[in-house]
Design a protein around this ligand. Structure first.
Ligand code: NAD
Ligand code: TYD
Length: 355
């Protein structure tokens, strides 16, 4: 792994991954972060690496074929880690269209560019020979499996059965990735992770939203009865799992990522309130999200046994550190919430495609 393309590296998990990879892999020569800087992308997340000589930021769209091909020509990527996506279920309910173009068409644009640059005979449809050591990794989600009842867990062979426009778009992208493996023999991997928490998460998602509202004594919206269950994993553990799959994963395989940490939403909210010393009277039950998946739970046997990966955070440690991070970085939260940074980007990047 020498020249790496990370897409969506200004988002929550992508920015944590950029930090993680540059720290863990000193031998990387170049890491290009291609990000459109939508409302969810924030260059403040990357201040610590912006002067690292190996790091390059490119402002652009994964759906822009010409740009993506230019980047492959210029940087000779051997690894693609594809995070860029529209990622919020509630937004997908209101505006599904962009989820389809970004999450599905964007993934296919990257796959096609990778195939053209990595296949030894790109114009021969029968060629299944690739440059040595190349890998395309699709960062997917457990939400593609749909919802669980009270028991059971998602394994990699659980049928795909997505329920929201977001999860349907992620599942579609996974199928395209699989098609590139079957049809063209592309060396791909798919990871399906459970809900992440940690620094730099946009405060529209449950944990940072609750923290922000609670700190400002605002109501805490709990959908339905608050008994929906998610399987929470610290973002650094997600990053270490992705690196493990890049280095040890078998081409064409799917790996579920999770840390056996199922919690009901209301439990998480009450925990946050108790840590920061705020009253439960802020909790406000609101109408449920349409099509709301009741429970997710990841069976991580494959990645733990075949690749020897294990999470390093306990939930107690991870959530305390995360709460502390948001309290210490209230300026980051306020800037994101106020939209200041969006105004700044629209001025800075008005006429630019590539940095
Ligand atoms: P995020 O919304 O915080 O970040 C998405 C990033 O993608 C942003 O920086 C945004 O600017 C960028 N982006 C959006 N459209 C783009 C485009 N057309 N071209 C280039 N860049 C674009 O998302 P996240 O929570 O960090 O999730 C990252 C990935 O991980 C997604 O693919 C998501 O489906 C997956 N995932 C997330 C979770 C989770 O709990 N957050 C869990 C499992 C999987
Ligand atoms: P979210 O962070 O949006 O992640 P996802 O929908 O991808 O799992 O939501 C996590 C859970 O919290 C989910 O069951 C929906 C619920 N939720 C609320 O109850 N209130 C809220 O304001 C939000 C954003 C989420």
């Amino acid at each position: 792994m020498k020249n790496v393309l990370v897409t969506g590296g200004a988002g929550f998990i992508g920015s944590n991954f950029v930090h993680y990879l540059l720290q863990e892999k000193q031998d990387i020569e170049c890491l290009v972060n291609l990000d459109l800087l939508t409302y969810a992308g924030n260059l403040d997340n990357l201040l610590r690496v912006k002067d690292d000589k190996r790091y390059v930021f490119v402002h652009g769209d994964i759906r822009d074929k010409e740009l993506v091909n230019q980047l492959f020509d210029k940087y000779k990527f051997d690894t693609v880690v594809h995070f860029a996506a529209e990622s919020h279920v509630d937004r997908s309910i209101m505006e599904p269209d962009i989820f389809l173009t970004t999450n599905i068409v964007g993934s296919q644009t990257l796959l096609e560019a990778a195939k053209r640059h990595w296949n030894l005979e790109p114009d021969n449809k029968y060629s299944r020979s690739y440059l040595p050591g190349v890998r395309y990794l699709q960062v997917s989600t457990d939400e593609v499996y749909g919802a669980l009842g009270k028991t059971g867990m998602f394994t990699e062979t659980t049928p795909i059965s997505p329920n929201s426009p977001y999860s349907a778009s992620k599942a579609s992208a996974d199928l395209i990735v699989h098609a590139y493996y079957q049809t063209y023999g592309m060396p791909v991997s798919i990871t399906r992770c459970s809900n992440n928490y940690g620094p730099y998460q946009f405060p529209e998602k449950l944990i940072p939203l609750i923290l922000h509202n609670a700190m400002n004594n605002k109501p805490l919206p709990i959908y339905g009865d608050g008994m929906q269950i998610r399987d929470w994993l610290h973002v650094n553990d997600h990053c270490s799992a992705i690196l493990r799959v890049l280095e040890k994963g078998e081409p064409g395989e799917v790996y579920n990522i999770g840390g056996n940490n199922e919690r009901a939403n209301i439990e998480i909210v009450k925990l946050i309130l108790s840590v920061i010393g705020k009253s439960e009277s802020l909790i406000t039950y609101v109408k449920d999200r349409p099509g709301h998946d009741r429970r997710y739970a990841i069976d991580n046997t494959k990645i733990t046994t075949q690749l020897g990966w294990a999470p390093s955070y306990t939930f107690q440690q991870g959530i305390s550190e995360t709460i502390e991070w948001y309290l210490q970085n209230s300026a980051w939260v306020e800037r994101v919430v106020s939209g200041d940074y969006m105004e700044y980007y629209s001025r800075t990047y008005k006429n630019s495609a590539v940095d």
